[in-house]
Structure formats: structure tokens, C-alpha cells
Design a protein around this ligand. Sequence first.
Ligand code: PAF
Length: 293
Amino acid sequence: MQQFSDPDHLRTAARGWRREGRRIGFVPTMGNLHEGHLSLLRRAAAECDVALLSVYVNPKQFGPQEDFANYPRTLAEDLALAASAGCSDVFVPTDATIYPPGFATSVTVAGLTEPLCGRSRPGHFAGVTTVVAKLFCLVVPDRAYFGEKDYQQLQVIRRLTADLGLGTEVVGCPIVREADGLAMSSRNRYLNPAERAAAVCLSRAIAAAQRVAADGADAAETILAAAQIVLARQPLARIDYLELVNPETLQPLARLDRPARLILAVQVGPARLLDNGPIEPAESKPGPLLSLS
Ligand code: PAF
């Protein structure tokens, strides 16, 4: 596996790959890789000639009271895992090379960044889109792979890429879950055993909402109530948001008259956990329900 830290060296290598007609698959991450990230890397390696991983804990996407300082940094383990998943190249930049002195540019996407996490984490998405735009300009990937666990981020990056005509195909990949249904996330490691057991309430809430929709409920209020009941039973969980939204615009829906997305953020102990799942109207062909043990 070839490792780059200097953006200029990466840009030169990427130009060479393109000249040779090699397709570049890119997986941007903040490291602390888990099975979710590895599924993206495996897909990049299967579909492209170059499977490039970036590992960079981006300070601009953390608020002042958030977990930037404590965010898990596990580069040695990450490199070993990435190699095992077929990664060919890794970019590990420093703050000084991503945001050199005088850096004054911010890339923002309007609309999609305003609801949900945008309300709870002001400035977060501007940090994400600024760094992703910078990485995409450097690498010019053919395909970039993002997990659906960060569903709003995925939609925002699709918008960014389309609006700026970056020419990269943004590939959304399914959420990878633990055996009990908890969506894999680097922040799961903040949970103590009691909180880890409680955290399963997010996927159970989605499953409950999917069940009432499959049984014919079409009022958002009813579908959300089914999820709320599950979350309310868990004393360690505090809902940040729980919404039934249009999967593309992320605007709240009052009725389930088309396929929708249930999307939620829940604080469990020190970790703010995200999850989401499809909610289908009863009369349309149902997608796979979340299978829980
Ligand atoms: O999803 C993440 O890990 C980050 O938000 C990303 C896309 C790598 C940007 O820092």
C-alpha cells in the first residue's frame, strides 16, 4: 500500500493514474476504521483500479463543545485493516497541508444542510463540504464511496458534486450493523456496556416504524409514534431528532404517500448516535425490513 501525506505528491500520483486510464475509487474517512468503512473500501477495490483511502480528522466539522480532541485516532490499526480490505493507496494529510496559513475558503450547500443534523450542529456541514471539495479537487476520483449511516451527509455530498460539476460518481453504500442491529460507528466506542446495550433502541425504533407502515399506517404522526414508544422505554436515550422525510429533499412528510426515510439522532451517554431506514407505503412493494435478532 502506497502512503501519501503531501497533497502535491498525491495530486501527481492521481494525474498519473488517470493518464494510464486507471479508474480511481475514493473512500474519505476520519479513520478509526470499522466494518462499515471496510465495506466501502472493498467495493472501491472491486469496482476501480485504484482504491484510495483518506484518513483525516477534519477540525472544521466539529463544534467547539464536540469531541474533536477525543475522536479516536488509530492510524496503525487503520492501515492494517485497509490493506486487508484491498486498499491500494492511503492519504494521511496534516492540518497544515489541508488548511495552510491564510486558508479562507468555505464551501457550503444550502437547503439540505439546514434540517436534522444541520440544526443540532451549526457549521458541521460547511466543514464537511469544504474538506470533501478540497479532497475531490486533489484526487478527481471517478467514484467516491460514502455510507448511508450518515444519510444527510450523503445527500449533501451528492448535491455538492452535482452543483460544482465535479464529475465524480457518489456511491451510497448500505449501513453495516452489529448482530443486534446497532449501526456501526466510530462513536460506538464511547459507550460503556450499559449504554452499548441501550443503543440498540435506534434500530429497534426504525423496525417498529417499518412494521406499522407495513401494516397500513400512513400518517407520519402514527409512524413516528411507533418509533418514539421504543425510544421512550430506554432511560439512557435522549432523542435529538426523529423525523420522517422525503429521501431526496430531506423535508418532513406528513403522509407516507411515497417511499420515505425515517432518520434519527439520539444521545446515548456520551455518544450522539445516528441511524435511518427506508419506510415504504403499504401498497408499494416493500423493501427489506431491518432484520433484528
Ligand atoms: O464521514 C466522515 O467520516 C467525514 O464526515 C468525511 C466525509 C470523511 C469528511 O471529513
